[in-house]
Design a protein around this ligand. Sequence first.
Ligand SMILES: N[C@@H](CCC(=O)N[C@@H](CS)C(=O)NCC(=O)O)C(=O)O
Length: 341
Amino acid sequence: MAVFLQPSLSSVPKLESAVASRPLRGRRGSGGPRMCAAPDPLTAVAGLLWGRSLPPQSLVAAVRTAWSAAWHLMMRQLAPSARAGTYSRPPSAFPSVSDEYYALPLESLRLHLYVGLPCPWAHRTIIVRALRSLESLIPVSIASPAPMAPGTSPTAAAAAPIYGSRRGGYEGRSTVPMLWDSAKGEVVCNESYGIVEFLNSIPGGGPDLSPPELRVRIEQWNQIIYPNVNNGVYRCGFSQSQEAYDSAAEKLFETLELLEAHLAVSRYLCGDALTLADVCLFTTLIRFDLVYNVLFRCTRKKLLEYPNLHGYTRDIYQIPKVAATCNFDAIMDGYYRILFP
Ligand SMILES: N[C@@H](CCC(=O)N[C@@H](CS)C(=O)NCC(=O)O)C(=O)O
């Protein structure tokens, strides 16, 4: 991701129509077979090589080997894996917000949030910022792979240079979300849960998403949902061996069944009040059928096939301000065109 644009969270599509109307790849018309079109050069070469037959097995094998080598090379950088081919997410360099930020009034700070719209981790922070009505106190810049459009805000910036501009320099991964202290020129935190906990602690409007009496239950759900669902979909999609994939998929769908049963008797994870645990689950579920079911091969079931989980996702989507944080075009673009072109 290279370029940051100002937020454009105002268009609010209906969930079903937004999801249903998205083609999986590109936007080419369906077009039927063209009757008189001349064969393109590659088709002509293939015709010369093996006529109307299917390509020879030796070619299929060679392409598979080359493709697999290139894929593993790409995955080395994109998704570091342990020996058994299990995806191992790199730890965040700035995992929590230090106490000094909790102690100071927000007005005395100059904080800026960097996010990406396709990213489920960043989406958590955008939702909490909105629900806590912190929009005017914490400005946001949105990472966008698209070229900067004319008329966008001059606050546009890039993530890597921001990281690189901190006093001690930076050699790690320039991930979003990232909370930046503009006064000090320092990264405050680049771990989504650390950021949402901090945003929730700021006195402001909106409900407390982590009330003291629910904290233990929230943490219990996080311990289940983070490894098996939030990171679980990545463990499926980024697995580099059959065993690693099987184990990740097993845990993912086992956990979805558990959640489905729980949501039959509870509106949200911890009862009738929305909490941080729900926000974190929601940002994975809202991407499930659109992206993870297809691209990350979480194919055993679709979200639509879980009546309670699906209803729960719709319920959260309809909470005022939440729908405006969901940008399905950016999600599709980010995963299908940018992450896995
Ligand atoms: N554990 C981090 C994960 C953040 C993360 O992986 N973000 C992705 C975007 S979805 C990213 O910026 N990746 C760029 C990279 O790894 O270089 C969190 O929860 O904030």
